[in-house]
Design a protein around this ligand. Structure first.
Ligand SMILES: [Zn+2]
Length: 260
């Protein structure tokens, strides 16, 4: 058996999918070739990590879905020009990414239910997903008296839905989204051609002042006050988003939505 054949077969070998005689050929080659043996060991270790990571600590469905869609993208892990033969190294690379992602997130999930970093990527993913056709709102309405009651029975809390049309942020609607393993409220506003997601959910963590970050060209602003976690995400500029946040905070501290 040549090294190239061994590398093609070793994935199936580790998975126990080879016929007896094929297994014997691979085993014989591994016994004599240090290079292939090393690659086989990496694959075995990766496979073990994967199994432990995915079975003992189940990755959240959102993560699985995200990894699946990442793998489905042709350029996710592939080099610019793919070699003609089946590249098991690419499968190993994908496996390592999955193992690292799931075990990393699992460890994070055990020690800290929902880290800021997880929150940032979850919130950003929700925002981008909401921009896909048909995903923006479950209830489309410019009237807060339609949007706010719509959340009743869909969430275990009642998000504030202030009317900010006169301040230049017309309400677009609302939807229930899923962030950090829990359903959250997403209230959508617009500003010229920009869409703004305002995410909120209850939190028992200590209050935190406004922090701003950017990712993939989007501005993400976060604060926590009055037992509520808030995220505002948009491609609108940070200055105007801060203006919106001032309005939201004012309506929060008023204890009731503006205009109601
Ligand atoms: Zn070899």
């Amino acid at each position: 058996m040549r090294c190239a054949d061994c590398r093609d077969a070793v994935n199936a070998f580790v998975d126990g999918e080879l016929l007896a005689e094929e297994q014997r050929d691979v085993r014989e080659h591994l016994a004599t070739c240090a290079d292939c043996r090393r690659e086989h060991e990496v694959l075995v270790a990766t496979s073990r990590t994967l199994k432990e990571g995915l079975v003992r600590h189940r990755a959240p469905d959102v993560l699985k879905a995200r990894i699946r869609s990442a793998l489905a993208q042709p350029d996710a892990f592939a080099p610019a020009a793919s070699p003609p033969r089946r590249s098991w190294m690419r499968l190993v690379a994908a496996g390592i990414v999955i193992a690292a992602a799931s075990s990393g997130l699992t460890v994070a999930a055990i020690h800290n239910p929902f880290t800021q970093q997880n929150a940032t990527s979850d919130v950003l993913a929700s925002h981008i997903r909401s921009l896909m056709p048909g995903h923006l709102v479950d209830i489309a309405s410019t009237d807060q008296h339609n949007v706010k009651p719509w959340f009743n029975g869909r969430l275990d809390f009642s998000p504030t839905v202030p009317r900010l049309e006169e301040q230049g942020f017309p309400l677009v609607g609302g939807r229930v989204d899923y962030i950090g393993g829990r359903p959250v409220a997403a209230v959508v506003y617009s500003r010229r051609q920009h869409l703004i997601n305002v995410f909120s959910w209850p939190s028992t963590d200590h209050a935190e002042g406004l922090t701003a970050s950017t990712a993939n060209g989007y501005n993400l602003l976060h604060w926590r006050a009055g037992g509520t976690e808030r995220w505002v995400v948009s491609d609108l500029n940070a200055a105007e988003l801060r203006g919106l946040i001032t309005l939201l905070q004012r309506s929060d501290s008023a204890g009731r939505p503006l205009g109601s």
